[in-house]
Write a protein that binds this ligand. Structure first.
Ligand code: HEM
Length: 188
């Protein structure tokens, strides 16, 4: 069975799902940082943040799957399923597509080990979860290097917005790092 299709429709879907994946990944990194900081409010208790982080991460996987699927079945470029998972194998834009494959692999490891956290133990999970810090910048460079939309102003502003947002999140996390949680200080 030949699943190859062609036409601009698929290409638009690849671009749209790529952007949604990047935005949701950015949001997921934010939720992960907030969850780990153990800061919560009465309106946004920790269990809500943890649940939101997990569900947004699963949605990232759904949009990434669509992004990869439309890329692979689009016969305009000759990108195979293997190219999507084995970095730097593709003949089409090997470096930037290879970075996409790297981010994809890292994301799969992070999500699968999170689902198996009880079985693999906290230490192993925590070590592997550090891959999420690699995944986000690598995915961003992939998008910037191979995307069509970073060539136009609104596409570039999405990229700048994501970078500024993550810079603020990391800055906030570093700033509060040394300060104890208010709830801790109130504890008897
Ligand atoms: C976490 C992983 C990934 C993220 C967040 C991501 C995100 C993005 C984004 C934001 C774009 C720019 C879309 C545009 O505005 O033009 C893009 C482009 C692209 N991505 Fe990915 N991507 C990822 C992984 C992959 C993988 C594994 C493949 C391989 C199948 C792939 C194939 C492509 C292709 C072919 C383009 C160029 C589309 C165009 O011509 O504009 N991506 N990606």
């Amino acid at each position: 069975m030949n699943l190859s299709l062609n036409g601009p429709g698929l290409w638009y879907v690849t671009r749209a799902t790529g952007i949604v994946t990047l935005l949701m990944l950015t949001f997921s990194v934010f939720l992960g940082v907030v969850t780990r900081s153990r800061r919560s409010t009465r309106r946004l208790p920790r269990f809500v943040l943890v649940g939101l982080h997990r569900n947004v991460s699963l949605m990232v996987m759904v949009f990434l799957a669509l992004h990869v699927l439309t890329t692979v079945i689009d016969s305009y470029t000759n990108i195979s399923v293997l190219d999507a998972f084995v970095p730097f194998l593709s003949q089409y834009r090997p470096v930037y597509l290879g970075l996409g494959a790297l981010a994809c692999d890292a994301l799969i490891v992070v999500v699968v080990t999170s689902l198996l956290r009880e079985r693999i133990g906290f230490r192993t999970w925590k070590t592997l979860h550090l891959l999420s810090y690699l995944c986000w910048p690598v995915a961003l460079v992939h998008a910037w290097g191979t995307g069509t939309d970073p060539g136009v102003a609104w596409g570039r502003w999405i990229g700048y917005g994501c970078v500024a947002f993550i810079a603020c999140v990391v800055g906030w996390r570093v700033a509060i790092g040394a300060r104890p949680n208010r709830a801790d200080t109130l504890a008897p």
